[in-house]
Design a protein around this ligand. Structure first.
Ligand code: UDP
Ligand code: MG
Length: 329
């Protein structure tokens, strides 16, 4: 069976209210697309009738595929599974609630045809969200950008098209706590944006309560930055400086002005110095833990876009089977 040109990956969690509308919109989108396509639904442990409805869809049309989780594993993991199962030459991730309009995918496909590997949807208007969501999202993305060395485009979510080589690269990133939009930015290749107006949720309620949002934000920062681990070094250095100043002051007060009770100078000097030394040592531990963390994530060190006049795979057979260097040709 040949590959479909386009895969739509749609994570769904308790979306029975929105599925009929989604089906209708996707159906007319597929008709206007006019290319071989598949739709991969990832049922993220829904407790309502979502799975039964997806079964009906899959029965009615072979292009609809369903991966159903044993329980709720979360949005980012659902996206990951969708990307693992998607077979398309290009793959688009979109929400089930129609906040990401399928029609915009046509523009994404056009950009992909122009040679872009990642086409993300950038939110132009976002009126229908609560002010709380807008403000927290703004703050989070600004902090994130300040802490993280890679460039993650602002005002984008997970609504994006990825070429097959990006999807394959993403599969090689095996980390457990997944912040997909950051991982895609980390991968690189040619990326561009299409602007769209983000509509309100078509039906049902948000599946992202505050608790999930906080976990998401923490995953984002900790997967791409070891700055929090370093924080105690910085604090320790600052307190070292303060403690030296305090020690000088305490000694002056003792020896020059004789204005202290016995024992005060020694206690001030030792406690402040010890606090500083401890923080610096914790910071040093942080540096090592950070490096272990980076290593354990096991991300590839680099990703190759193109090679010229060379095979794609690096040279591996520098030794013969018997372990000698190969004879000169
Ligand atoms: N979702 C999921 N698992 C979860 C939470 C959400 O698969 O644990 C899906 C949900 O069905 C929807 C998408 O992720 O397709 C985005 O969720 P939602 O629209 O509720 O988030 P919001 O737009 O409110 O941030
Ligand atoms: Mg939504």
């Amino acid at each position: 069976m040949g590959r479909p040109t386009l895969s739509l990956v749609i994570p769904v969690f308790n979306e029975e209210a929105v599925l009929p509308m989604l089906h209708e919109r996707v159906q007319s989108f597929l008709a206007s697309l006019g290319l071989p396509a598949e739709v991969v639904f990832v049922n993220d442990g829904s407790k309502d009738r979502t799975f039964e409805m997806l079964q009906e869809l899959a029965k009615s049309d072979r292009r609809y595929k369903v991966v159903s989780f044993a329980r709720n594993f979360g949005h980012q993991v659902a996206i990951t599974a969708g990307l693992d199962y998607a077979r398309g030459e290009a793959v688009v991730v979109m929400d089930a609630d129609l906040q990401d309009p399928p029609e915009v995918v046509l523009q994404m496909v056009a950009k992909w045809r122009e040679g872009f590997d990642v086409v993300y949807g950038r939110r132009h208007h976002r009126e229908s969200e609560t002010w709380f969501k807008l403000v927290t999202a703004k703050i989070f993305y600004r902090c994130f950008a300040a802490m993280v060395p890679i460039e993650v485009p602002l005002d984008t979510g997970d609504f994006r098209l990825m070429s097959r080589r990006v999807v394959v690269a993403l599969r090689a990133l095996k980390e457990t706590h997944r912040f997909v939009r950051g991982m895609v930015a980390w991968i690189g290749f040619k990326q561009t944006a299409v602007l769209y107006d983000r509509a309100g949720r078509a039906a049902g309620e948000t599946k992202y309560p505050l608790k999930k949002m906080l976990k998401f934000a923490a995953d984002g920062i900790t997967s791409f930055s070891i700055l929090p681990l370093r924080a105690s070094s910085y604090l320790g250095l600052f307190i070292s400086f303060v403690s030296v100043v305090m020690a000088i002051w305490a000694m002056v007060a003792h020896f020059v002005y004789h204005a202290t009770v016995p024992g005060w100078t020694a206690s001030i000097v030792t406690t402040s110095l010890l606090a500083a030394v401890q923080l610096v040592m914790i910071g040093i531990l942080g540096e090592y833990v950070g490096r272990i963390y980076e290593q354990v994530k096991g991300r590839p060190l680099y990703l190759v876009g193109d090679v010229l006049n060379m095979p794609r795979q690096p040279d591996n057979d520098d030794l013969d089977d018997d372990g000698d260097a190969p004879a000169a040709p």
